[in-house]
Design a protein around this ligand. Structure first.
Ligand code: G4P
Length: 532
């Protein structure tokens, strides 16, 4: 292993911010970029919303709706660290895409609205991180206005999520008017000076020992005393800090701040970078792959088409797992058995793409996709082979039959639907014995259907006929030599094939699934493909 490679790995931090919509993820992302010097003036969120445009918004539909539909990737440097933020869509309908993004990170920042506490979407995303053992750091946001108390929030995280929380800092002041944070490890106070800029610039602050009487004077004796009491209570009754437990996902370091005013953003960023893990090993068919293994390896976790309508291109996003990536290198695409030359790798800062010359484990690189890549594909150095662990498949819960309104547009229709399925935007099924005139589309949420309709119209010029179907469950069939036509009790169900021709049954509810299971005891009905 070369010193160069180790050094590059050690300084990388690749993470996602998980939260419920409106908790302030876009704002925090923007502020991290501001502190990293990647942007110089944070547009206040108001201005952003007015323009319907944020640094991480790419697609037209996102701008129109003001929601983030696709995950984007942002890279910047701070204090010698190379940071990769994988933005995840906040809307609950896009959880599938979010889950896949979480496969590519080494840690997650859980953003919580101080007034609302732990919300539904946060719970779901937390669960995925927990299952995967991803270390989770908590940032309690919106401290500039009234919210639950810091103790209440700690308790809520522990009770609702079942993870212990360790406050790394503690807010100083009274609810709705906090003045600073107390750093527990250094026993230091940091007071922020609100300069009235609404967080457009880096916020000035003064730092010093908690015992410095100057601070007592500024914050007042009562607040100083209350702070000392809180800290004594935390030290006595709270968890002890144990980085090993953090890295195992059992303890979440907790920070307080306001992404809008920048209060607490810098202390959070610095501490987070210090504690969060550098790129971690990934499981593969050849055992764990260590990042400092000199053989290059990566996997595709996201495919996105037509990010720039002017180019009509399709990008596959890979996460580098080991070795060094250099522009123009040849790699082996394990699933197809082909060798590919990677000539135009791209890196991202929102809409600015730049060609990169080299990249290291933890980095995300966008590759032009001639239609060869699928989610979960492995790329390795020439002459080697292995496959990274399979991506979880999320069984769709809503179904609809779609076909092109204009039958002359059949070719574009098939191309559009196929490409969006490869991107993982929706899941596509075909009715048994049916041709390509219509498809059965499966989605986790309603918004995915809307995106499908929107994108087919705007990117492929195809208007859809759209017929919602009454099914809610998909089950992959497993049986030896099964003749699908002999399945019994299927009157209320539908048999289809997935994109890889595997048989799938769609059911209206659990009851009808059980009925069919009972009538076909030799068949197993699985919530995911048998070979997934
Ligand atoms: P999201 O990406 O998680 O969905 O959230 P986003 O950053 O878009 O923020 C959602 C709302 O929360 C925005 O207000 C934003 O200004 C506000 N917000 C974010 N961070 C803070 C904070 O630290 N304190 C306070 N008080 N508010 C915060 P909005 O009303 O939806 O938009 P706008 O009226 O500000 O344009």
């Amino acid at each position: 292993m070369t010193i160069d490679l180790t050094k590059e790995i050690q300084r990388r931090r690749t993470f996602a911010i998980i939260s419920h919509p409106d908790a302030g993820k876009t704002t925090l992302t923007e502020k991290l970029l501001l502190y990293g010097g990647a942007i110089h003036l944070a547009g206040s969120v108001k201005a952003r919303k007015a323009q319907r445009h944020a640094v991480s918004d790419w697609m037209e539909i996102e701008k129109q709706r003001g929601i983030s539909v696709t995950s984007s990737v942002l890279q910047f440097d701070y204090n010698g660290y190379r940071i990769n933020i994988l933005d995840t869509p906040g809307h609950e309908d896009f959880s599938e895409d979010t889950y896949r993004t979480l496969m590519a990170v080494d840690s997650a920042v859980m953003l919580i609205d101080a007034a609302k506490g732990v919300e539904a979407q946060t719970k779901k995303l937390f669960k995925v991180c927990k299952q995967r053992g991803i270390p989770i750091f908590t940032f309690v946001n919106k401290l500039d206005r009234h919210g639950k108390s810091a103790f209440e929030l700690m308790e809520e995280i522990e009770k609702v999520l079942g993870i212990q929380a360790y406050p790394m800092n503690w807010p100083i002041g009274v609810d709705g008017n906090y003045q600073g944070v107390y750093n527990r490890q250094l026993a230091q106070i940091e007071l922020f000076q609100n300069d009235g800029s609404h967080g457009q610039w880096v916020m000035p602050s003064v730092i010093g020992s908690v015992d410095d009487p100057a601070f007592t004077e500024i914050i007042g004796k009562d607040i100083h005393q209350a702070l000392c009491d809180d800290i004594a209570l935390l030290d006595m009754a709270g968890e002890t800090f144990d980085i090993k437990r953090v890295l195992r996902g059992e303890l979440t370091p907790m920070f307080f701040g306001s992404a809008m005013t920048n209060f607490g953003v810098r202390p959070f960023l610095e501490e987070f970078l210090r504690l969060a893990p550098p790129p971690t090993p990934r499981l593969s068919t050849a055992g764990p792959v260590e990042p400092d293994n000199e053989l290059f390896s990566a996997f595709v976790f996201k495919i996105q088409a037509n990010m720039n309508p002017a180019h009509r291109d399709r990008l596959a996003f890979i996460r580098i797992c080991s070795g060094k990536f250099t522009r123009g290198m040849s790699v082996y695409h394990v699933r197809s058995g082909k060798t590919l030359k990677l000539t135009q790798p791209q890196q991202f800062l929102a809409q600015d793409r730049s060609i990169i010359e080299e990249a290291y484990p933890g980095d995300i690189v966008g590759l032009f996709d001639p239609g060869i890549f699928s989610i979960g594909d492995t790329l390795v150095a020439e002459g080697h082979t292995l496959a990274f662990e399979d991506f979880p498949v999320f069984p769709p819960e809503r179904f609809a039959r779609v076909q092109a309104k204009d039958t002359m547009k059949r070719k574009q229709f098939v191309k559009g639907v196929t490409q969006l399925a490869q991107e993982g935007a929706v899941q596509v099924f075909r009715q048994l014995d049916a041709g390509f005139e219509s498809f059965i589309i499966g989605a986790v949420g309603q918004l995915q259907f809307e995106v499908l309709q929107y994108r087919l119209k705007h990117e492929y010029g195809v208007e859809l006929m759209f017929q919602p179907l009454p099914y809610e469950l998909a089950r992959w069939l497993e049986a030896e030599d099964i003749d699908l036509k002999t399945l019994r009790g299927m009157d209320r169900s539908m048999l289809v094939r997935d994109g890889r021709e595997r048989p799938v049954a769609l059911f209206t509810n659990e009851w009808s699934l059980r009925f069919v299971e009972e009538h076909n005891p030799k068949v197993r009905f699985l919530p995911a493909p048998p070979d997934a």
